[in-house]
Design a protein around this ligand. Sequence first.
Ligand code: C2O
Length: 567
Amino acid sequence: MAAIASGVGAVVGFFFLFFFAASPYGEAALVEHTFVVSQIKLNHLCNETLVTVVNGQLPGPAIEVTEGDSVVVHVINKSPHGVTIHWHGVKQLLNCWADGPVMVTQCPIQPNNNFTYRFDVVGQEGTLWWHAHVGCLRATVHGALIIRPRPGGSGSYPFPKPDKEIPIIIGEWWEISPVELEKGIAKGDFTDLPRSATINGKLGDLNNCSGVIEDNYILDVVRGKTYLLRMVNAALHSEYYFKIAGHTFTVVSADANYVKPYTTDTIVVAPGETVDAMFVADAPPGRYYMVLVNSKTIEGPVQTRGVVNYIPSKGSDDTPILAPEITGQDDATTSFYFHGNLTSLPHSLMRPVPRNVDEQLLVAIDTGYTCEEGDPTCGPVSRMNNISFQLPTTTSLLQAHYYHNMSSSIREFPGRIPPGTVFNKGRTLKATSVRRVRYNTTVEIVFQGPPDGIVYSNPMHLHGHDFFVLAQGLGKYDATKDVQTYNLVDPPVRNTALVPISGWTAIRFVANNPGVWFLHCHFEKHVSSGMGMVLIVENGPTLETTLPPPPTDFPSCDDQSGGVAYE
Ligand code: C2O
């Protein structure tokens, strides 16, 4: 499904992959890839744009595993940027070293250097993904990570086996370079926008320049067959609504956790989220648009479309293509209900919801200023409990934690909304903020978005753990009243919690994975301007609950000359 970019051969002639298929006895296999990161030129909308990609492909190669497999990815950095790769949603139990967020767990892999990521994929099935975790590089450095059930393990899908599985990678086409974009965001300039959304790298026929129409992503289907769409929102900027004219979906999984079959005509995916949805090609043979448009936002539409094409085709190429009706820029409701309606499916991989909470954090997520309001010398920053997160610059937090040399400038992240906080007002502190929790602490976090005025949802992503999404609501969280609405029976399990516009979301998890884990909004403009914090989970009492030492080839922090795009 990945389009091979033009001009690849010259740049990257070199891409290999060994895939040892699982044995009939269901033994774990080793899945090995080599990711060559390099720059290529792509031509869209009358412009040649230099983009950083893996193996010359956009989206990058999909990693396909069976639950329980071990993954080895050799990253060879032939790009001029410092690079890291994050395996989004992989729990990385006792393996924080392989998690990837720059300066949180590791220093970047410098240009002309290599690093090999090694991790196991255990107790998770469905669709996850991988992406660069340095500045805005993930705009084009991303791909799917598909986990299928293990024969002899859970064995099979808890839904009818689809005839075909189709990755749908949602991206965005930016003409501004990721480094320039990052610099703008750091200065508080949030005005840059993508030129288009993309489906599997295609900009689609809503875009043309000087009469040259951009290619559509085309999905050929056969009448009566069932398709499993594995959707990933890899975009920097927007939450998206997805629809196919004349068809409905059954959602079966989100963030690689099964959900009770949920029928809908619109799929909603925020940045960082994944959704697996089935559809049956049961419409009269013909051609149907699949449409992707951003959900409620202050900016104009960012959209794209592709085509579902019944084969053998009926009629000629000029048969009209049916378009679906779709809401977008004014619609926050569809997203609210889509997220709120998902419930988990009872399954052998499910854990019970912990009833007792050891530590509850109440976290305001919003934007503010580092100087007095109205002072023209400082632009807005994003923040959590009034702290705008700063990455360290010399050593990663994981290394500092492991070797017991945490800088004294690191702040304790407050567990309460600072008193007197008025949303979007008040002095903001810029700091590297961390919160330590003991091994096996049950943590509940209530994320509180600005109660009104701001038209952004916030997809909050936690590394190293999945969590239960217990409830969401509009307005201001009211502990006594809102606890009554918690779903403690079958809440969805996710790695990204969408906090609705003008509302709140409550999550709960057991901090059972020692290490240093980033928690941040997956909108790039938010994370790059400070909407993040770090959770440090301490070691447990035994060797089996203690983070092992780093791999011997762990990237050095001595040479930061290749530049980190987050400066
Ligand atoms: Cu998908 Cu911190 O990342």
